[in-house]
Design a protein around this ligand. Structure first.
Ligand code: ZN
Length: 144
């Protein structure tokens, strides 16, 4: 199955938004920043985000630009927050639109953000573990 066929199936069978489906297929269902497999855990899947590389609060014109959208786990998404990739050396003097159109540059921006937020698959797994521990402890306290 090619990329477009996968996207079409996600949209028609599972009601994904086209942009969301594209982000999932492109990253093979893994967070583009830390690399964790979103399908490894229901919590990760439920909380996964379609992140705007160039944050929507700063780049209104790129809100619906599919090249501006990537799959991110909630931990990386929270940590990145409104980080502006224009702060990265690679972006120096370039326009956001042009960076997104250039596959190589776009990849370098993703890599720059990855370093900036410094989350890794191992760190994300620790966050997930903490989440489940909190869930268990919360239940124990509430239910006695
Ligand atoms: Zn992540």
């Amino acid at each position: 199955m090619n990329t477009n066929e996968k996207i079409n199936l996600l949209v028609t069978k599972l009601s994904y938004y086209a942009a969301t489906a594209k982000a999932y297929v492109e990253s093979n269902g893994k967070c583009v920043y830390c690399g964790i497999d979103i399908f490894d855990d229901p919590h990760l899947y439920a909380k996964a985000a379609i992140d705007h590389l160039f944050p929507k609060c700063l780049y209104r014109a790129l809100v619906n630009e599919t090249e501006n959208l990537v799959l991110s786990c909630s931990y990386c998404n929270n940590k990145k927050h409104n980080f502006d990739p224009m702060e990265l050396e690679i972006a120096d003097g370039k326009k956001a639109e042009d960076i997104l159109k250039d596959k190589g540059l776009r990849e370098q921006v993703i890599d720059g953000i990855r370093k900036e937020i410094s989350l890794s698959e191992i760190k994300t797994k620790r966050h997930v573990e903490k989440f489940y521990n909190g869930l268990k402890e919360g239940k124990a306290i509430i239910r006695g």
